[in-house]
Write a protein that binds this ligand. Structure first.
Ligand code: AMP
Length: 555
C-alpha cells in the first residue's frame, strides 16, 4: 500500500512529504494527525489536546514543513519555531522534523540549555529554517540578539502544560511578544488546564480545537480480557516480548506495531530467536498476504506481527493473545486491537509493552475504557522456569487422565528393573521439557523499569519537578557489544544474532536486547563471554562489510 491509497494521501500533503512518511513505514495517519494536518495546512491556528505517543509530532511537523518549505538563496531566515519543555524533547522533535523534511532540504536546529553557545551561534549564523528550542535558552539567545525571530511565520508550543509546570510561563510570554503577530500558531498540550486556555485565548487566532475523539464503549460490551501492561525501556522491548511470549505460550497471537518498518524488524528478531512469527502489513501483495494468513490458520505460524491497517481486514476467528508492542496511539485503537481476543465468550489476554514516557497514553486508555490496566513486572527467568514446570505438569496430568498408556508400560517395566522408577519418569520429563520449543530461550534478565510516579492527572493541578522514571538494573551478567554497522549498512537483528551465533558459537537464546541505530548496533551478550565474542568476530564480515567490534563504551 502506498500513501495515496492510505489516509495520508487525502490530507493535502505534497508528494515529497508523503514519500518521507511512506518511507518510514507509516500506513495511515493517527487520529490527531487526521484532525490537525488539514487545518494547519490551510493556515489555521490549532489547539490540540494530545499526549506523547499519539503521533502529535508529525501532526504539526508535516504541515510546518509544507508551510515553511525551504526558500533557497540569500533569503534564509528562521521561518518556524517549536518550543518544547526539555532538551530530550528538543532533540527528538528536531530529529523528527529532519527526518520528515530531509527531501525538502529544510534545515533544523535544536537549541537547549547545557549545550555550548559557540556551537549554537555558529549554526544560527549559517542560517536555519526551523529552530526547536527550550524556552529558557531561546530567551537567552533572544536577549543576546543572536536569535532573529522576526521572520517566523509558524510557531508550535509543544507540551505546553509541561512548559508551564516547569515554570517557563514568563519565558514563553517574552518569546511570544518577540514574534511577528502575523503568524500561524499550533499549541499542543496533554491537558486543557485553565492556564493553557488563557494562553490560547491570548496568543492563538480563532483556533480550531482538536482532540482525539473517541466513542464511549457500549455498556456491557467489555470483553473478557485479562489486560496487562509491562513497562520496559525501548532497547529491551524485543527481549521482553520474547519473555512474555514464553511465559504466556499463546496458541495464536497478533503482535501490533506502529509502522511497517517495525513490523519487519520485530518479525526478524522473533524469527531469529526461534518463534514462528510472520509479518503482515500494507506493503505485502495480496498473494503474500494470503499465504501468510493461510500459514497462520493452519498453525504453521503462531504469531502474526501486524500494523493496525493490515490487521483491520483480517478474518481470523479467535486469538488467544493480543500483544501491543507499543501503546496504541489512541484509546480507540487500543479497544480495536484488544477486541480481537476474548471473543465469543472465550477468555483472552491483551498485553501491552509501554515505555516509561507513554504513561499519559495509558491513563487516556484507562479513562476511556473505564477499566484499570494492571501494571506488572516483566517475568523473570525464575518465573519462566516455574511456568514451564507448571505447563509440563499440566501436560503430564492430561496424558495420565487421557489414558492410552498401555503401549508404553512395557518399556517402563524393563527400564524399572534397572533404574529407579522415579528416575525413569524424571528422564522422560526432561526429554519433554527439552522438546518444548521455548525451553531455555532467553536467560538474560531484563531490567525492570517503573513508570514515573503518576503526576496529578486533573487539569491544572500538576506542579513541581518532573520525575524521571527510576531504573533498577537487576542482573549485571549482560554486557553490551558495540558493532560498528547499523541500519545504514542494511543491518537487521537477524544478521547480528546470526553472526554472533555462528562466529562465536553463542546460542541465540543467550543474546539479549538488540539496538540498531543508523551507524552502529548494540547487542547484549553474556558478560562472561564478551571477550571471546570480540575475539571471534575480529575478522568477520556482516552483510559483506567488515565491522568494528568492541565493548560498548557507554557503559
Ligand atoms: P509522538 O506522539 O509524536 O511522540 O509519536 C509517537 C511515535 O509514533 C513515534 O515513534 C512516531 O514515529 C510514530 N508515528 C507517528 N505517526 C505515525 C503514523 N501515522 N503511523 C505509525 N507510526 C507513527
Amino acid at each position: 500500500m502506498n500513501t495515496s491509497e492510505s489516509g495520508f494521501g487525502a490530507l493535502g500533503l505534497r508528494s515529497e512529504i508523503l514519500e518521507a512518511v511512506n518511507g518510514l513505514g507509516y500506513e495511515e495517519p493517527t487520529a490527531i494527525q487526521r484532525e490537525a494536518i488539514v487545518p494547519l495546512l490551510a493556515g489555521r491556528d490549532v489547539l490540540g489536546q494530545a499526549a506523547t505517543g499519539t503521533g502529535k509530532t508529525a501532526a504539526f511537523a508535516l504541515p510546518l514543513l509544507q508551510r515553511v518549505a525551504h526558500v533557497s538563496g540569500d533569503d534564509r531566515a528562521i521561518r518556524a519555531l517549536v518550543l518544547v519543555p526539555t532538551r530530550e524533547l528538543a532533540m527528538q522533535v528536531a530529529q523528527a522534523i529532519h527526518k520528515y523534511g530531509r527531501v525538502l532540504g529544510t534545515s533544523v536546529l535544536p537549541i537547549f540549555g547545557g549545550q555550548s553557545y559557540t556551537q549554537q551561534l555558529r549554526a544560527l549564523r549559517r542560517g536555519v529554517d526551523v529552530v526547536v528550542a527550550t524556552p529558557g535558552r531561546a530567551l537567552d539567545h533572544l536577549q543576546r540578539g543572536t536569535l532573529a525571530l522576526d521572520r517566523v511565520s509558524f510557531l508550535v508550543l509543544d507540551e505546553a502544560d509541561e512548559m508551564l509546570d516547569m515554570g517557563f510561563a514568563d519565558e514563553l510570554e517574552a518569546i511570544l511578544q518577540a514574534l511577528p503577530e502575523e503568524r500561524q500558531t499550533a499549541l499542543f498540550s496533554a491537558t486543557m488546564a485553565p492556564r493553557i486556555k488563557t494562553i490560547a485565548k491570548k496568543h492563538l487566532r480563532d483556533p480550531l480545537y482538536v482532540t482525539i475523539a473517541s466513542e464511549a464503549p457500549a455498556a456491557g460490551k467489555a470483553p473478557r480480557v485479562r489486560e496487562v501492561v509491562y513497562v520496559v525501556q525501548r532497547a529491551h522491548k524485543a527481549a521482553a516480548l520474547g519473555r512474555v511470549i514464553d511465559v504466556e505460550s499463546p496458541s495464536s497471537a497478533i503482535v501490533f506495531c506502529r509502522t511497517r518498518t517495525e513490523v519487519d524488524e520485530l518479525t526478524e528478531t522473533l524469527a531469529a530467536r526461534g518463534y514462528a512469527a510472520e509479518a503482515i502489513h500494507g506493503g505485502l501483495s495480496q498473494e503474500q498476504r494470503d499465504r501468510v494468513l493461510r500459514r497462520f490458520r493452519e498453525g504453521t505460524s503462531e504469531i502474526l506481527v501486524a500494523t493496525d491497517v493490515a490487521a483491520r481486514g483480517l478474518d481470523i476467528e479467535h486469538l488467544s493473545h493480543v500483544f501491543n508492542f507499543d501503546v496504541p496511539s489512541s484509546p480507540d485503537a487500543y479497544v480495536h486491537r484488544i477486541g480481537r481476543t476474548g471473543r465469543a465468550g472465550r477468555e483472552g489476554v491483551a498485553i501491552t509493552l509501554a515505555e516509561p514516557r507513554e504513561q499519559r497514553l495509558l491513563h487516556n486508555i484507562e479513562h476511556h475504557t473505564k477499566r484499570k490496566v494492571r501494571i506488572e513486572n516483566i517475568p523473570t527467568v525464575h518465573d519462566l522456569r516455574e511456568r514451564r514446570i507448571e505447563r509440563t505438569r499440566a501436560s503430564l496430568e492430561a496424558a495420565l487422565t487421557d489414558g492410552g498408556l498401555e503401549r508404553y508400560r512395557g518399556m517402563i517395566e524393563t527400564l524399572a528393573s534397572e533404574y529407579d522408577v522415579y528416575d525413569v519418569a524424571a528422564a522422560a520429563v526432561k526429554l519433554l521439557d527439552a522438546r518444548d520449543g521455548d525451553a531455555e530461550r532467553d536467560e538474560a534478565e531484563i531490567p525492570a523499569v517503573s513508570l514515573a510516579p503518576a503526576r496529578a492527572l486533573k487539569a491544572g493541578t500538576a506542579k513541581g519537578p518532573r520525575t524521571k522514571p527510576s531504573e533498577r538494573l537487576s542482573a549485571a551478567d549482560a554486557e553490551k557489544l558495540y558493532i560498528g554497522l547499523g541500519r545504514g549498512a542494511g543491518i537487521r537483528p537477524g544478521d547480528l544474532v546470526g553472526a554472533i551465533a555462528n562466529e562465536a558459537g553463542i546460542p541465540s537464546r543467550e543474546i539479549g536486547a538488540i539496538e540498531i541505530t543508523d551507524r552502529f548496533s548494540l547487542v547484549e551478550v553474556p558478560a562472561a563471554k564478551i571477550d571471546a565474542i570480540i575475539r571471534a568476530m575480529k575478522n568477520t564480515a556482516i552483510r559483506g562489510k567488515k565491522a568494528q567490534v568492541r565493548r560498548d563504551r557507554g557503559r
